[in-house]
Design a protein around this ligand. Structure first.
Ligand SMILES: [Zn+2]
Length: 237
């Protein structure tokens, strides 16, 4: 099986990153969000191959607030969210925020899950590297759950994701990536629910999984919605 077969099998509906950003912009534009009245925030992995989507967000929405951590986990927390909100434009007394939150995974040209080729490196690398490292610890039978002050984000990642993994089960990288997506969504939406003043602010949360293919990046869109005047509207793709 090659890249296309594996992509179709596990992610039946994908957009190129550029199409995903265009599509979400046009849907949200109709709902009242645009580059002039909205601040966008990006929550993706720190990996340089993940930054292409941030560039596209920036091109469409203007400079974006950076919420990113390893694997795209939402560790930036309340302080970061509130800071981003305070930077939003105010139009007729209303503020608008758009959040893009995506973990990532690579699929190699031969359909290998997790493998990607990086510029200037002969040997194939992995993505997401942080999830791959965690997966390796699990398959090795010993997961270090202490808080390593010299590896804070990876320590937090393991502690947070292990809460979702049934005892004794070792998910493969694909399952682990899907779990990570759910965790990012849950943690970010809980924080937004608690923090956003819906009386005077509208916001949208766009989630999915960023996929690195041999010839470019794709997005598998997942749960996405806007909250306008306090009412939630689902966004479908
Ligand atoms: Zn990563």
């Amino acid at each position: 099986m090659g890249f296309e077969d594996v992509l179709c099998r596990f992610f039946p509906k994908v957009y190129t990153e550029a199409d995903f950003i265009e599509k979400t912009y046009s849907i949200l534009d109709k709902a009242g969000f645009n580059a002039d009245n909205t601040i966008a925030s990006a929550n993706v992995c720190r990996d340089e191959i993940s930054q292409t989507i941030v560039s596209l967000i920036r091109e469409r929405w203007g400079e974006a607030f950076n919420l990113s951590s390893l694997a795209g986990m939402f560790f930036a927390g309340r302080t970061a969210l509130i800071a981003g909100m305070h930077h939003a434009p105010i139009e007729a007394g209303r503020e608008r925020y758009v959040y893009y939150a995506l973990p990532h995974i690579a699929i190699g040209s031969g359909g290998e899950i997790g493998l990607c080729r990086r510029k200037g490196r002969e040997k194939e690398g992995s993505a997401c590297g942080a999830l791959t490292a965690f997966h390796k610890e699990m398959t090795g039978g010993r997961v270090n759950l202490s808080m390593d002050n010299e590896d804070v984000e990876q320590s937090l990642l393991k502690m947070r994701l292990l809460r979702e993994i049934p005892y004794g089960h070792v998910p493969d990288l694909l399952e682990l990536t899907r779990m990570t997506h759910k965790v990012i969504q849950t943690d970010l939406e809980n924080a937004l629910n608690n923090i956003v003043d819906k009386e005077r602010c509208d916001y949208a949360l766009m989630t999915g999984i960023q996929i690195h293919g041999p010839n470019g990046n794709y997005v598998w869109p997942a749960s996405s919605y806007a909250v306008i005047n306090g009412a939630r509207q689902e966004i479908t793709f």
